[in-house]
Design a binder for this molecule. Structure first.
Ligand SMILES: *Cc1c(COP(=O)(O)O)cnc(C)c1O
Length: 364
């Protein structure tokens, strides 16, 4: 029999979460963001789950091509744009849209515009503003000039104005509140006509009423993770990935015995320790400390000792009926991924994206 670990992907929950995103942003169109292999859920599964999206957005050019080959015929957006001039050919061949965030991308487009427009290519592009995150985009005071330069390129069809929030989950951030990013965006785009796209999941869930978006760009919420603030469940989101395994061994230990590498845990009294077939080589975070929650036969318990490559250990002392073969839920339905992530000092995004290749995936 295969090792008992499995990731179950809930495609119907993706549909539910997308519908919730759209309901939160009436009148706006929605990109379903499926970079990083659909946040670990699988590109093809995410494409099916987001069949009702108005477009799909990602950062990997090869996966954008795969989406076309799998039959997606609505818009596709490259969120980091094109990485070299050759990508412009791929965009033309497969009808891809792209962000434009730096002057090099403008130059590549200018250099190829004659060829591309001779072929009848008209790109739909998304001019990105750096409204304070200082990752990608043109500064607010350089934005209008970049817009004019892009508009003058013969193979450019439409230009959407986009930016990205650093702290949409923390509106009162002392250094860069969302209102300040919006202020800079409004200032930099003043007088420019065209569609706008600002909101990630946190923007959609927490600020939609105050933001004007023609296109929203939800990611994590579509997979049932919270972008921050309150729990995913309280937003009405459903988990889309359940990572489960089984107890494959049990040890009865006494006071003074230690568990796992580094002997980081020492029992103070008699205990039953369950060994679970799931480790950091499956994508479970090695940083998860003792006390991180897990479900055994649907009952909440917690990790003891260090996570190792192929196994982790849980406390079964208060679960006398647990035995070899008992079902363990590491995260997903019944055990919010965000709770596990918080215990491990990270975010649900990272856990889902890091699901390892060796974990078998099924749908359910
Ligand atoms: C990943 C990404 C998103 C989605 O962000 P979430 O926090 O997952 O909703 C939106 N916009 C851009 C530009 C992104 O790179």
């Amino acid at each position: 029999m295969p090792r008992p670990i499995v990731a179950t992907i809930h495609v119907d929950s993706m549909k539910h979460n997308l519908a919730l995103a759209k309901a939160n942003a009436p009148g706006a169109k929605a990109w379903g963001v499926l970079k990083a292999n659909g946040y670990g859920h699988g590109l093809e599964r995410a494409m099916r789950g987001f069949a009702d999206a108005d477009g799909l957005a990602l950062v990997e050019v090869d996966n954008a091509v795969r989406l076309r080959e799998m039959g997606w015929n609505k818009p596709i957006l490259l969120l980091e744009g094109y990485f070299d001039p050759a990508d412009l050919e791929t965009m033309a061949d497969y009808g891809l849209q792209a962000a434009v965030h730096c002057k090099e991308q403008l130059e590549w487009l200018e250099a190829k515009q004659a060829d591309l427009s001779a072929r009848g290519v008209q790109f739909d592009l998304h001019l990105k503003m750096n409204s304070g995150m200082n990752r990608l985009g043109f500064m607010p005071d350089a934005y209008a000039a970049a817009h004019a330069r892009l508009s003058a390129i013969s193979c450019v069809g439409s230009i959407t104005m986009i930016t990205h929030f650093a702290n949409a989950d923390d509106a009162e951030h002392p250094l860069l509140p969302i209102a300040e990013q919006v202020r800079r965006f409004e200032q930099g785009t003043a007088g420019l006509a065209g569609s706008r796209s600002l909101s990630n999941s946190a923007g959609v869930l927490m600020h939609q009423k105050t933001l004007r978006n023609d296109w929203i760009r939800p990611g994590i919420m579509l997979y049932g993770g919270t972008p921050g603030g309150v729990t995913a469940e309280s937003f009405g989101l459903q988990p889309c990935m359940t990572l489960s395994s089984e107890i494959i061994g049990i040890q009865n230990i006494v006071a003074g015995d230690v568990v796992g590498y580094g002997s980081r845990f020492q029992a103070e009294g008699p205990m039953r320790i369950g060994v679970v077939a799931c480790g950091y080589a499956d994508g479970y975070p090695r940083s998860a400390p003792m006390g991180t929650p897990a479900l055994v036969d649907g009952v909440r318990t917690q990790l003891v000792g260090r996570v190792s490559m192929d196994m982790l250990t849980v406390d079964l002392t208060d679960l006398p009926s647990a035995r070899v073969g008992s079902k363990v839920t590491l995260w997903g339905q019944g055990m919010p991924v965000d709770e596990v992530a918080t215990a491990a000092g990270t975010i649900g995004y990272e856990l889902m994206c890091a699901l390892a290749q060796r974990v078998p995936v099924v749908e359910g």
